[in-house]
Design a protein around this ligand. Structure first.
Ligand code: URA
Length: 281
């Protein structure tokens, strides 16, 4: 008899389901385990990042995966997501609005007790670039908008440096609620919020994701590795989304010398999207 090694994607999907079911209040499931660390498929750095012609809207058309079995919301279609066809813009808007109302009412983890409001994310519903940060801070919790504090102002400048306005991209976080005193997200909080982030990506279908800082990179790439070893090279999530890991703007505010590396990472994103870097003022 031929025995096959277990499929890591199926295992990851089963874990996601367990986490979701636990978050939904199913009591007989075993205690939360951290997501399995998987080797990160990192793309080799080309000598010069290839420029791609800009297309009018939406992501590159990916061939629909034959026989991909759609699972009901909120279980994620691991491995099938990026090969499904794009949704029409009106449908994206409707699904985003429906997901946002789920998030507004979310009580999956203890953070709901301390938040002023949830921070779903904002921007284009047909973005070529999605930006994923860590969690709302004080200013975001107050306004309900992502990246509007000091780090957010730097992020807006970073995007502007490659010719993108905030409205051109979709900006969101791993967590939709502010952790008290801006402490690091805890694994159970990340697990509780996971389906929202993955559903957002499935609706938005960006060509690229800019992942800001270790919590975002770890969650998207399902790895224990930190940002320093991963930044600057495109990598793939287990779902197949392409990610450019880079430093979080809050880190850049504390360590301005690292802006040089972040600029390199942004230039790679710009080249990949076929964007012309605007001249500096
Ligand atoms: N830091 C984040 O990671 N996200 C925000 O929205 C603001 C600050």
């Amino acid at each position: 008899m031929v025995t096959r090694p277990p499929d890591p994607r199926l295992a990851a999907e089963a874990l996601l389901y367990l986490e979701w079911a636990r978050g939904a209040g199913t009591r007989y499931l075993p205690a939360a385990t951290p997501p399995p660390a998987v080797p990160v498929p990192v793309e080799a750095a080309p000598a010069a990042a290839p420029a791609r012609p800009q297309r009018a809207s939406g992501g590159p058309r990916k061939a629909a995966k034959a026989g991909a079995r759609p699972l009901p919301k909120p279980i994620l279609r691991q491995g099938a997501t990026p090969s499904a066809p794009d949704l029409p813009p009106a449908e994206r808007d409707a699904r985003l609005a429906s997901l946002k109302s789920d998030v507004v009412e979310c009580r999956r983890c203890k953070l709901c007790a301390e938040r002023s409001q949830t921070v779903f994310g904002e921007g284009s519903s047909t973005p070529r670039l999605a930006v994923v940060g860590e969690a709302p801070g004080a200013e975001e919790d107050r306004t309900g908008r992502p990246f509007v504090g000091r780090a957010g102002q730097l992020l807006t400048k970073m995007l502007g440096a490659i010719g993108l306005a905030r409205e051109d991209v979709f900006i969101m976080n791993v967590l939709k609620c502010r952790p008290p005193q801006n402490r690091n997200p805890r694994p159970d909080e990340v697990a509780a919020c996971r389906p929202y982030l993955h559903e957002q990506l499935e609706i938005l279908r960006p060509d690229l994701i800019l992942a800001l800082g270790s919590p975002a990179v770890r969650e998207l790439l399902r790895t224990e590795r930190g940002i320093t070893s991963l930044r600057g090279r495109f990598a793939k999530t287990p779902d197949g989304w392409r990610v450019m890991p880079t430093y979080h703007p809050a880190y850049l505010l504390r360590n301005p010398a690292a802006k040089r590396e972040a600029w390199h990472d942004l230039q790679r994103v710009a080249a990949e999207l076929g964007l012309e870097i605007p001249p500096r003022n």
